[in-house]
Ligand binder design. Sequence first.
Ligand SMILES: Cc1cc2nc3c(=O)[nH]c(=O)nc-3n(C[C@H](O)[C@H](O)[C@H](O)COP(=O)(O)OP(=O)(O)OC[C@H]3O[C@@H](n4cnc5c(N)ncnc54)[C@H](O)[C@@H]3O)c2cc1C
Length: 449
Amino acid sequence: MKVAIIGSGVSGLSAASRLLERNNCSTIDVYEAASKSGGRISSFNWQLKNNEEFPCDTGQHFSIGAYKNFIELLERCDALKYWTRHSFEWNLLKLRENEIQKLLHFKISEIKFFKKVLLPYIKFIKVPTKFFFLKFYFSIFLLRTKLFNANALCELYDKFYFSDVSLDLFWNAFAENSMNTEYENADLNTLSFLVNECMKDIPGCIDILLPKSDYYSCAISPIEKNLRSNGVNFFFNSLIENIQPSRRLKYRGMLSQSYDKIVLAVPGYTASKIWMRSGFSTTKESLQWENQKYRHILNLWVIAHPIANESKDNKHKSTCFSWNPIEFNGSFYVVVIQKSRERPNLLSIIKSACNNDNLVNEEKNLMDFASLFLQARYAIRLEDCEYKLIRAKRATIACTADQGKNSALWSGIETGISGIFKCSDEASLNFPSTIEGAVKSGYLAAESI
Ligand SMILES: Cc1cc2nc3c(=O)[nH]c(=O)nc-3n(C[C@H](O)[C@H](O)[C@H](O)COP(=O)(O)OP(=O)(O)OC[C@H]3O[C@@H](n4cnc5c(N)ncnc54)[C@H](O)[C@@H]3O)c2cc1C
C-alpha cells in the first residue's frame, strides 16, 4: 500500500511512525510545505549580542507527564535522553493562610472541614503533599461539574464554587494557557478531561518535560531521523496545491505518483483550503474545519542573568522551572522561569487566547507588564536584557463552550471521502489542541488505514 502524508508537524510524523509499526505499507511519503519538519513546533537560532547562538523555540511549549503518547514516541526514537523532567512548581505555597482559605471557598460546611482537617496540615506542606492537595481540589471541581452539568467554565463561578482568589491565582490563567481560550468562553468538558488526565498519576502526570535545548533538536529531528532510517521519504518545500481524482498530489507544478491512501496532517483551516482547491464537494467534516475558531498566542522571551538567584530553594538545583500566573490590567500572563546549567537563564511571558481585535493592545500591555515585572522582581530593565516577542497567529483552536456544546470542537480523522484521512491537534477527541492531541490523532489516522 502506498501512503502520502501531507504535513510533517507532530501529527504527520506520528502517523508515519505508526504506519511503519504496522508494517503494511510499501511506500510512505511525507510532503511538507516548509523547508523542515515540525510545523508549529519550530525553533530558531537566536543570535545574541555577544555573538553566541541560542537555540530557542518560537513559542514556549509545555509537555507534561500526562502526554503518554508523545513520551512513548520520544522513547521509541531514542530521544528521551535529550529531555529533563521537573516537578510542577506553582506559587500556591507562597500564599498566606487567609488566601488559602479564600481559595478553598466552596461551601461553609466544607470550609469548616478544610479548617479542621486540612489547614493545619497545609502549613507543613512538602512536595508530595502539595500534589495531594491539588488532586483534592480538582476532584471536588470535577464532582461539581457533573452535578451541575454546566457547559462553560465561568458557569461554575456563578454557582459560587470558584472564589475570586482561585480565579486570579489559577483558573483564569490555566484555562487560557491550556486551552488557548479566554476564561469567559472556555469549554468546561475539555477542561475536565484535561484535569482528569492530569490526576491519573499524580504527581508524575503534571511533571513538566523540558528539552535540553529546543524542541526541534530534541524531538522533531530525532523522530524524523528514525523515520528516514526506516524508509520514510520526505519532500520538503513541497506545498500541496490539491489532490487529483487519481489520488495524485499536485505540488510545485508537478504531479506525484498515485497513492492508495492520503492523510491530511494539517490544521482544519489548511485542510479546508486543500479541499476546495481539489474540487471536492463539501462534507460535514470539511464544513467543520471551516468553522473552527482559532486564537493567537504572544510569547516574550527574555534572557535575564540575575534570575539565577530567583529562589533560595532553587539555588542549588542544576535546573528548575516555575509557572506563575499573574494578572495585569485585566490580562492574565503566565511567567515561566527556567534555569539551566546548559543554557542562559530564560524567562518567558505568555499571553494566550488573543483575537485579532485585541492583538495590538495585548502586545502593548504585555510589554508594559514585562518592564514592570522585571523591574519589581529583579531590579533590571527590559531594555537592558536580550528579548524577543513572538506572535503565533492561529496558534491552536479555541476550546469554546459554544463549539463544545454543538460537538463542533474535534473534527475526528474521517473526511467524508474514503481513503482520505485527516489528523492534527484538533482532530483527536477531548484533549485540548496540544502536542499530545496531535500525536494521538496521527496514531488514530494510521490505525484507520
Ligand atoms: C505558540 C504556541 C504555543 C504552544 N504551546 C503548546 C504547549 O505548551 N503544549 C502543547 O501541548 N501544545 C502547544 N501548542 C500546540 C502544538 O504546537 C500543536 O498542537 C502541534 O504542534 C500541532 O501539530 P500538528 O501536526 O497537528 O500541526 P502543525 O504543526 O501545524 O503541522 C502541519 C504541517 O503541515 C504543513 N503544511 C501546511 N499546509 C501544507 C500543504 N498545503 N502542503 C504541505 N504541507 C503543508 C505545515 O508547514 C506544517 O509543517 C502550541 C502552539 C503554538 C503555536
